[in-house]
Design a protein around this ligand. Structure first.
Ligand code: C2O
Ligand code: CU
Ligand code: CU
Length: 471
């Protein structure tokens, strides 16, 4: 079954914003776009909102991304990325989404990715929508799980409208969300030494405007932006930093490494801190995945160290540059033990298998041979149960399995016991012909939640399914 074709949603007003170029994987910069040399602009840290009640207004804004003409984007509160929401665990936060984009952008919905939200507050793709012309939806997040505080985590928020999430995120509808947790070790680098980095690729036309043409294979850009700045530099001190790295790209994966050969100390995933730090020379991060790392710049004063994507060559290999320009004392430390994982033992004999595939005739991306239908429920686990779910990939392409709401831990990847650094997550790389076995716990919330590939064009091409937690 083929979904309605996406470009037809773009009426002329939007077409003026989205000047389509023949764009696909590996597309080159349209002639005329202004190319600034790498590392010529400083990193920007998005504004941080800490109130219990937050309004995110989706609206057009002209944002300085490239030198010269500004880029008209779809923003939350006028910036790209949107403001970073930072809240203590255990406290309720309400976020009101107001839709002030041109009506042609359609309805919007806001998903707090990684959060344990109730079904009404999850940012459903086709329900509880913010209608055009000032429509709004109010979301409430309790900050709790199973009667206790939610674990500290580096989450993010983004639009999730059915069929057009890729377009909406590409145009700018994404931001970061941090849950602070007093149960996490407090000696880790904090304050200005705790830096969130939203990495996303984009392409621009000759007038510096975003170019987006739907391509079910996945849309990649030819510029790497960090917090909205193309290949920035960042002045750091000769001490430890905590970097929270989010891959907010539609379909590009990054294999991050430091250009001086130094290893990262990985301390966390999407789902919070690891039980213990893990030294890693490079880290593969697919769309929607996050890693938290500590990088120690001690004894590096005067050096310039590039954060690279070693999966790419040429200018796409350069993500950003750290310039060690400040002589500082370091009072932070990385404890040998961070945070134990919650026990998650299967309590139910139910095992479900989902094959991420591709229809041999239509070419459509499928999950168990089906495309998304918001009126169909694909699994009905019982509230409180812990089940075993198996994901396989026979599609000949890479996917990122993401499940909303539920607690999840990896048992094995291709029959090998889960590595410590990917035991607890909520977005899972699923390579060609791979099999991952997860344990899922359905706590607190009844109702419907989606799970899908987080390559956004696969998702928009309906590589999505739905679970319903039942009493
Ligand atoms: Cu970040 Cu269902 O998504
Ligand atoms: Cu999500
Ligand atoms: Cu996919």
């Amino acid at each position: 079954m083929v979904r309605p074709s996406h470009p037809s949603l773009l009426v002329p007003l939007i077409a003026a914003v989205l000047i389509a170029t023949a764009l696909g994987a590996g597309a080159v910069a349209p002639a005329g776009a202004v190319i600034a040399p790498a590392f010529s602009r400083p990193l920007v840290i998005p504004r941080v909102l800490t109130d219990s009640s937050i309004t995110l207004t989706a609206k057009l804004a002209d944002v300085q991304i490239l030198p010269g003409r500004k880029t008209r984007m779809w923003t939350y509160n006028g910036t790209f990325p949107g403001p970073t929401i930072r809240r203590p665990t255990g406290q309720t936060t309400t976020v009101t989404l107001v839709n002030n984009l041109p009506a042609a952008a359609g309805e919007l919905t806001l998903h707090n990715h990684g959060n344990h939200s109730t079904a009404e507050n999850d940012g459903q793709p086709d329900d509880f929508l913010a209608l055009p012309n000032g429509g709004s939806v109010k979301y409430a997040y309790t900050g709790t799980e199973a009667g206790a505080n939610e674990r500290g985590a580096f989450q993010w928020y983004h639009d999730h409208r059915m069929d057009v999430t890729g377009r909406n995120v590409w145009m700018g509808l994404a931001g970061m969300y941090i849950i602070d947790d007093p149960a996490d070790p407090q000696t880790l680098p904090k304050g200005e030494f705790d830096v969130p980095l939203l990495v996303a690729d984009r392409s621009f036309d000759a007038n510096n405007q975003l170019a987006y043409t739907f391509n079910a294979a996945g849309v990649t850009g030819n510029r790497i932006l960090v917090n909205g700045v193309p290949q920035p530099y960042f002045n750091v001190g000769d001490r430890k930093y905590r970097f929270r790295i989010l891959n907010a790209s539609n379909s590009r994966s990054y294999d991050f490494a430091l250009g001086n050969g130094q290893s990262f100390i990985q301390i966390g995933t999407e789902s919070g801190l690891l039980p213990a730090p893990v030294k890693r020379s490079h880290i593969l991060v697919g769309p929607a995945e996050r890693v938290e790392v500590v990088v120690d710049f001690a004894r590096k004063l005067g050096q310039r160290i590039v954060l690279q994507n070693v999966a790419a060559n040429g200018s796409l290999r350069q993500v950003m540059q750290f310039r060690v320009t400040r002589d500082l004392t370091d009072n932070s430390s990385v404890p040998a033990k961070l945070r134990p994982l919650p026990a998650l033992e299967a309590t139910s004999a139910v095992t479900r298998t989902f094959e991420f595939g591709r229809n041999r005739f239509s070419g459509a991306w499928t999950i168990n041979d089906q495309t998304f239908d918001p009126n169909r429920v694909d699994a009905s686990p019982k509230l409180g149960a812990t089940e075993t779910w198996i994901f396989t990939n026979k599609s000949g392409s890479n996917h990122i399995v993401h499940l909303h709401d539920v607690d999840q831990q990896l048992v094995s990847r291709n029959g090998v016991a889960a590595k410590a650094y990917e035991r607890m997550k909520e977005s899972w790389n699923l390579g060609i012909d791979e099999t991952i076995v997860l344990k899922l716990k359905f706590t607190d919330n009844l109702g419907k939640f989606v799970f899908h590939c987080h390559i956004l064009e696969h998702e928009d091409a309906a590589m999505m399914a739905q679970l319903e937690v039942v009493p």
